[in-house]
Design a protein around this ligand. Structure first.
Ligand code: HEC
Ligand code: HEC
Length: 359
């Protein structure tokens, strides 16, 4: 906390110096101008300098508030301290291997595409499994999944290690008949031996434990930073005025009541406020816990990369970001959103996109 305040203090001092500089610069400019230019030009320069000073002060205050209310994303996911590059390489290979689906046409990467501009999900309302069977829920992005303590919309897993084998044997996904079929298929592919021995030099066995470690190490490596992070980490010019206004409103109107922390979600559940608008046959967490209070309780999704991952909500029923944000009016906001405000919230949400992918 002390260090945090110190850093803030130093930054504020720097900004103060910058503002002072701008002020003197405008005075100097003004003097020069009185000699050379007419008074109309003078006025314009004054207004511009004032505007710049105002904008910088606004950005600076908002930056301090954001650090406290939202925080900044670390460079590495928790638990990645022991992940090695060879483990990540093996996880990456497993993630892309179509041979590990029942009919050899689907891999994790099919539903969670990551290459190029893809942001970790396939933009389908609900994905189809390897035989074309229609899934039940919208595929979440895997970017920044290492920061999420709740796994799956209903939270039936709490960490990536436990989750890693599920999709291979899920009848709605890759549809292998058993975990041993998975191990058999990996063993039959001779190209894996060197990957396992590099990843686990002391125990290069092809077993479920090592597969889990490798896939979760790969997933933890999917850290994605955005312009918003540049802003929080010091660059006052990273966001434009409309985006700053959106951020201000996001904090002010109570989106953080649910989409909390630097991931803006992913670590809490909420009960759907209007379950009638959704697929009524999906009871969410209740299906896992059996507790009637958990009916229609779902994971609050992280909003990172949200503009790259339509359609929205656990059932993929909402196709635009505009409608998704509008729907939040039914949730516990501090007050109702005006329609003009939705646009600036969207401008802010777009700043949460991975810088290597485009909106
Ligand atoms: C057929 C499409 C499909 C395939 C193939 C697939 N997934 Fe998924 N994935 C989904 C869907 C749909 C969900 C959400 C399911 C739910 O919440 O009940 C999901 C959820 C996840 C989550 C949790 C995300 C979150 O935000 O909670 C992780 C992690 C994940 N998948 C990893 C994988 C891995 C690893 C593989 C390959 C072994 C894989 N997936 C293969 C569709 C797929
Ligand atoms: C009371 C809790 C709560 C509040 C407050 C809240 N949200 Fe949400 N939000 C949720 C839940 C829960 C979902 C997922 C709903 C679902 O899957 O059916 C969600 C989903 C979303 C989605 C879609 C994400 C996706 O990947 O599907 C967006 C966008 C969103 N919220 C934006 C906002 C904004 C902007 C605010 C503030 C104006 C806000 N939310 C306030 C709980 C909340």
């Amino acid at each position: 906390m002390c260090i945090h305040l110190k850093v803030n203090h130093v930054k504020k001092f720097r900004i103060f110096k910058l503002l002072l500089f701008l002020f003197f610069w405008s005075m100097l400019f003004q003097c020069e101008n009185t000699k050379k230019q007419n008074s109309q030009n003078n006025q314009l320069t004054n207004i511009l300098s004032l505007q710049i000073a105002n904008d910088l002060a606004y950005a600076m205050n908002l930056q301090s508030l954001t650090k406290i209310q939202i925080g900044s994303m670390p460079d590495h996911s928790p638990g990645s301290e022991n992940d090695t590059q060879p483990m990540i390489n093996l996880g990456n290979k497993l993630f892309r291997d179509k041979n590990l689906s029942s009919n050899q046409i689907q891999a994790c990467i099919t539903c969670h595409p990551l290459d190029g501009r893809s942001a970790g999900m396939d933009r389908q309302s609900t994905s189809r499994g390897t035989f074309g069977q229609l899934g039940r829920r919208n595929t979440p992005t895997l970017l920044n999944i290492g920061f999420s303590s709740i796994i799956f919309w209903d939270g039936r897993r709490s960490n990536l290690y436990d989750q890693a084998i599920d999709p291979f044997v899920n009848p709605l996904e890759m549809s292998l008949t058993s975990e041993s079929e998975l191990i058999q298929r990996i063993q039959n592919d001779t190209s894996y031996a060197v990957f396992f021995s590099n990843a686990f030099p002391e125990d290069p066995n092809i077993n479920l434990h090592n597969v889990r470690i490798a896939i979760s190490a790969f997933e933890r490596s999917l850290v994605s930073k955005s312009r918003f992070d540049d802003f929080v980490n010091g660059n006052l010019l990273a966001l434009n005025r409309q985006e700053l206004d959106g951020l201000n409103l996001f904090i002010d109107i109570g989106c953080l009541n649910c989409h909390s922390g630097f991931s803006m979600g992913g670590n809490n559940f909420a009960k759907l406020e209007s379950p009638s608008l959704y697929n009524p046959n999906d009871f969410g967490k209740f299906e896992v816990s059996g507790n009637t209070n958990d009916r229609y309780v779902f994971k609050i999704p992280s909003l990172r990369n949200v503009s790259l991952t339509p359609p929205y909500f656990h059932d993929g029923s909402v196709s635009t970001l505009k409608e998704a944000v509008e729907r939040m009016n039914a949730y516990k906001l501090n007050r109702n959103l005006r329609s003009s405000e939705i646009e600036i919230l969207i401008a802010f949400l777009k700043t949460l996109s991975d810088k290597t992918k485009s909106n």
